[in-house]
Structures are given as C-alpha cells and as structure tokens.
Design a protein. Structure first.
Length: 268
C-alpha cells in the first residue's frame, strides 16, 4: 500500500471537471504516441502527429504549473504530482529517449479514473469549459489527421502538409470557410461535413455558455443569496423563540404571583 500511495497519491478528495478533461487528453495522447511509435505513416502525417502531441503536452504543462502556482504548499504539490510533469515531456525528435516516459501517461490515465461524473456535473461551468477544451482538441486532432491521410496522393488535392491540414481543420470547425484549402475526394467531403456539423454545435455551446455568464447569476451570488435567506430565516426563528420565551416567563411570573397571593391571604 505504501508503494501504491507513492505512485498514486490521493491529493484531491473531490474530482473536478478539468481532471476528467486531462484524463481524456491523456488517453488521446497515448494513442498519438502509440501511432508514432508502431504505425508506419508518411512524413507529413508524422509531423502532424508530433505537432498535435506537442500541443497536448503544452496543455498538460500549463495545467500543472497553474495548479502549482495555486497550491498553498508548492513543495508538497510537486512531490505528489511530479509524475504529471515528467509525463508531459513532448515526443519531439530531439527528445527520443524521453519517449520512455510516455508510459507514465498511462499511469496518469489510471490514477485519474477515480473521477466520478455525478460530482463533476455539480460544477457546471467548469464542466462546460473542460468539455469545450476536450472537444476542440479531439476534433482538430482526428479531422486534420484523417484529412491529410485521405487527401494524400489524390489528384488536384491542395492539402499536402501538416500545416495545411491543421489550418483547414481550424477554418472548418470555426465555419469561416476561407476556401484556400478544401478536400477534393469523397472521403474528404464526408470528413469535412462532419467537422462542419461539429463546429456549428461547438460554437453553439460556446454561445450558450457566454450567454449564461451574463444572464444566469454567478455561483457566488447564488451562495450569497442562499446564505442571506438562511440568516433571515434563522433570525426570524430566533425572534419567535425569544417571544415564546418572554411569554413563558410572563406566565411563570403570573403563576408565582397568584401562588404568593394565595399563601399570604388564606381563606377560612
């Protein structure tokens, strides 16, 4: 148990939506690393996967250092979560030996599976932001990789490099549609249609989220209102108790006076 607690420390009792987001991104990163390691892909697809892996690692590093900055005991946080830092080393060519540490991403995935969906749904705003982050990275990853694969070698195709595929994915998911890069194959058209639908849904969720920020009351405001209501109810209850206590005291004093009068003036 001591060894397990060393590798899987319980640093948080309440899972957050961003923990689940990092878990999903870790799973996606493991897939990318496995493809880079064992699959035979062309040079441009390999470069695209390296760019995606580097981007995901930057998200991991940003999340780690943000939590480190917010931690009260930074040394203790680093001791408990150093594995997240090591597992976030990008799988870029100058760091070939560092790919041995990619297996630690699987450990990250295992140690974060204790997260539960129901407690996280209570944090709706964080869950929305985490879902948007995961959806954006996932859509960009699969759409750009698939488009580069299906368009390679097709006559009159204009998506040839990793940068072209990423730019096409960004433009398509944002539904801007500059038209500088576009698919020409049937499979590319299908992928583009799916990305467009996902993009419309994606930005629809963003619009709803932004509207909820300005329209719906903030969680702190809700808690403040609830606390004020509880205080008012408690004050009213205390006032009623004091009134009842005063009435009881008055009745007790009245009974005492009657008893005292009865003793002082006994009847024959």
């Amino acid at each position: 148990m001591a060894k397990l607690s060393r590798w899987f420390p319980e640093t948080e009792t309440h899972p957050t939506p961003f923990q689940l987001a990092m878990m999903v991104l870790s799973f996606l990163s493991v897939i990318v690393v496995l493809v880079l390691t064992f699959a035979k892909v062309d040079e441009e697809t390999r470069r695209l996967l390296l760019i995606i892996d580097f981007s995901i690692c930057m998200i991991f590093l940003s999340y780690f250092f943000l939590n480190l900055f917010r931690a009260e005991n930074k040394l203790q946080y680093f001791q408990h979560n150093w594995i997240d830092l090591v597992a976030s080393i990008p799988a870029i060519e100058p760091l070939r030996l560092a790919r041995l540490f990619q297996i630690l991403r699987v450990i990250r995935l295992i140690r974060m599976t204790h997260s539960l969906i129901i407690p996280m749904m209570k944090q709706r705003r964080q869950a929305t932001l985490a879902s948007l982050l995961v959806a954006m990275v996932t859509i960009l990853t699969f759409s750009s990789v698939l488009m580069l694969i299906v368009e390679s070698g097709v006559p009159d195709a204009n998506i040839h490099t990793a940068e072209d595929a990423i730019w096409w994915a960004l433009v398509t998911i944002s539904t801007v549609g500059y038209g500088d890069f576009y698919p020409v194959s049937t499979a590319g058209h299908v992928i583009g249609a799916v990305v467009i639908i996902c993009g419309v849904s994606f930005f629809g969720v963003i619009s709803g989220y932004m509207a909820s920020i300005f329209i719906a009351p903030d969680e702190s405001e809700k808690l403040e209102l609830q606390s004020e209501e509880i205080k008012c109810e408690l004050k009213m209850a205390i006032d009623r108790m004091e009134q009842n206590q005063n009435l009881l005291l008055a009745e007790i004093n009245h009974l005492r006076e009657e008893i005292r009068e009865g003793k002082e003036d006994p009847r024959p």
